[in-house]
Design a protein around this ligand. Structure first.
Ligand code: PGA
Length: 257
């Protein structure tokens, strides 16, 4: 049985302690409805300040915590930044890296993403590397060029054994937060391209081990589009992950396809 990965990205939400507590309570009761048969793995990427709390209060087989970003060094004079080691020590096993919102609002580039991937691996954090084209790039027919550049620059200097540990999330920027979804064949084309580039760089055996997810306006209704033809290994869920019942419905429908 293949295990599908469902990543929830809570972004900058659950802004009060009571929102946080209410969310956890609902999530726990929804999780109880799931059959824990190894068909799914849930990774909840929480705001840093809630990490320790979730780590103490949300436990379960195949449930992991992640953060939404890390800094590209482990320690030092970097005011306001969070070290991957800090995240790990507080319970994170994963970190989203290079999310389109970070690329857009904080001007993160492929070289920074690359440094973050390297430090994550060094700190025993599994990076979930986001790649995806903007709407203008798509209109100009640049999707493949952008995906290739982001993937290869992001993985520059990463050895085959290290690359197996990385999760790639294809998130078309125009679909994140927009309710506009790509067609199955568009998702599949990117999946094929990613596989091809990974095979050229690392060989088939290694490339076959790298998980590729889809993200962007994911709802349980969309699962068929992502799952059947494109055969993605999982999904990255933004807004819907804020509603525990919806998140768990996505876990359920994805693990069944
Ligand atoms: P969305 O966000 O599901 O709200 O479109 C996706 C994401 O965070 O990448």
């Amino acid at each position: 049985m293949t295990t599908k990965i469902i990543v929830g990205n809570l972004k900058m939400n659950l802004i009060t302690l009571s929102e946080r507590d209410g969310y956890l309570k609902l999530l726990k009761s929804e999780i109880k409805k799931l059959k824990n048969d190894g068909s799914w793995e849930l990774i909840l990427c929480v705001p840093f300040v809630h990490l320790d709390f979730f780590s103490k209060n949300l436990k379960g087989k195949n449930i992991y915590l992640g953060v939404q970003n890390i800094f590209w060094d482990e320690r030092g004079s970097f005011t306001g930044e969070i070290s991957p080691v800090m995240a790990r020590e507080c319970g994170a096993k994963y970190s989203i890296v290079g999310h389109s919102e970070r690329r857009r609002y904080f001007k993160e580039n492929d070289q920074e993403v690359n440094k973050k991937i390297k430090v994550a691996i060094q700190s025993q954090i599994t990076p979930i590397m986001c790649i995806g084209e903007t709407s203008d790039e798509r209109k100009e027919g640049l999707t493949k060029d952008v995906i290739s550049r982001q993937l290869l620059d992001g993985l520059e200097g990463i050895l085959p054994l290290q690359s197996e540990k990385i999760i790639i999330a294809y998130e078309p920027v125009w679909s994140v937060g927009s309710d506009i979804e790509p067609e199955s064949n568009e998702i599949m084309e990117v999946r094929i391209l990613v596989r091809k580039l990974l095979t050229q760089k690392y060989g088939e055996a290694v490339a076959g081990k790298v998980k590729v997810l889809y993200g962007g306006s994911v709802k349980s209704k969309l699962i068929k589009k992502v799952c059947f033809n494109p055969q993605m290994d999982g999904v990255l869920v933004g807004r819907e992950s804020l509603v525990p019942v919806n998140l768990i419905e996505i876990v359920q429908s994805f693990s069944q396809c």
